[in-house]
Design a protein around this ligand. Structure first.
Ligand code: PGA
Length: 246
């Protein structure tokens, strides 16, 4: 099971970052792999000399390879700082202007610096006619189509319905809807990836995963892990959440 802790902009002090890192090391086991996605400067401080089993993810990368671009952080800079994953296309980045074309470029940048992309897709709302399925299909297709088969096989998918982000477990998706979506994502992946590769792709869920719903969401849903936001930055809550899955 892969647990990606997306700290977003919740953490801005080094003492707390160190505490969460120490906790992640304790929670990592043969069944649980923890990936931390701190804000860039904190990632740099924690990941540079990291020798633990905890891995680090960029929360986003520049769509460029660098240059005269004040404020941009390239995939190369993240890789040099010790990141090995990159969250790409998170809805909060899409809201800030990332289009599907930009998301596709960012995936290429991440891959070219050895970062495993975690591609976020998800609908804004659920409708009765199944339009949300087309939204997810389109997100996957536009992001993966420009890639080679080998590259497509490296991308981790995070299904993040916007309506379920930043709420509580009660407002998150239910296990049966999640299992339906996980099946659908695997079907779309089987059309985009050749051979057995789609069966090997990891599919995560994100959106108000808390200690209260984590276990129910994994049982029979066919997902490989979670992208956790607010519940990943409170040590006691995160610890409880991960322990539900161990
Ligand atoms: P949340 O965020 O767990 O706070 O809902 C999930 C995410 O956006 O990655």
């Amino acid at each position: 099971m892969l647990i990606v802790a997306n700290w977003k902009a919740y953490v801005d002090d080094f003492a707390k970052a160190k505490k969460l890192f120490a906790l992640a090391k304790r929670l990592t086991s043969k069944d649980i792999r923890v990936v931390l996605a701190p804000p860039a400067p904190l990632l740099g401080t924690l990941a540079t000399r990291n020798k633990s089993n905890v891995a680090f993810a960029a929360q986003d990368v520049s769509l460029t390879a660098g240059g005269a671009l004040t404020g941009e952080v390239t995939a190369g800079a993240y890789a040099a700082a010790g990141a090995t994953y990159a969250i790409i296309g998170h809805s909060e980045r899409r809201a800030a202007g990332d289009t599907d074309a930009i998301v596709a470029e960012k995936i290429v940048q991440a891959l070219s610096h050895g970062l495993t992309p975690i591609l976020c897709v998800g609908e804004t709302e659920r409708d009765g006619e199944g339009k949300y399925l087309s939204v997810v299909r389109e997100g996957l297709t536009l992001a993966l189509s420009p890639l080679t088969q080998k590259e497509r096989a490296e991308v981790i998918i995070a299904y993040e319905p916007l309506w379920a982000i930043g709420k509580t477990a009660a407002a998150a998706i239910g296990p049966s809807d999640l299992s339906e979506m996980a099946l659908y994502i695997r079907k779309v992946l089987s059309e985009l990836l050749s051979g057995k590769n789609s069966a090997r792709s990891l599919v995560l869920y994100g959106g108000s995963v808390e200690p209260e719903n984590a276990r129910a969401l994994t049982e029979h849903s066919g997902i490989d892990g979670f992208l956790v936001g607010h519940a990943s930055v409170e040590p006691d809550t995160f610890s409880l959440l991960v322990k539900q899955l161990a």
